[in-house]
Ligand binder design. Structure first.
Ligand SMILES: [Zn+2]
Length: 97
C-alpha cells in the first residue's frame, strides 16, 4: 500500500488549506535552546495567525534565566528538519507596524 505524503494543514478554524508557514519563537534557558511553535498556517491566514501568536507570546511567562524571543515566521517545508527552516523577516516586518 503506497504511503500517503505527509501533509500539514492550516490550524486556523474553518480553514482546509495546507500550511505553508510556521510561526515560532526561540526559547532558551541558557543551555537548551528550542523552537516553541505557536501556529501552522496557510498564506491566507498568516496575518491573523501572526497576530494571535503575539497574543499567545505575551501570555507566556518566563522564569529568570529563560529567554523567549518574539514570534518569527518560517517557511514550512515538510520533510526538513527545523534547523533548516527559512525565516521570512520580510513578512514579519510587513505585519509589525
Ligand atoms: Zn488557513
Amino acid at each position: 500500500m503506497p504511503m500517503k505524503p505527509y501533509k500539514v494543514l492550516c490550524l486556523q478554524s474553518e480553514c482546509k488549506n495546507l500550511a505553508n508557514f510556521k510561526i515560532a519563537s526561540r526559547w532558551s534557558d541558557g543551555g537548551v535552546e528550542e523552537l516553541k511553535t505557536y501556529a501552522l498556517t496557510c498564506e491566507k491566514c498568516l496575518p491573523a495567525a501572526f497576530a494571535q501568536s503575539f497574543e499567545k507570546h505575551k501570555s507566556c511567562r518566563t522564569i529568570p534565566g529563560e529567554v523567549l524571543e518574539s514570534p518569527m515566521i518560517f517557511e514550512l517545508h515538510t520533510g526538513r528538519h527545523s534547523n533548516q527552516l527559512v525565516r521570512r523577516t520580510d513578512l514579519e516586518a510587513s505585519f509589525i507596524s
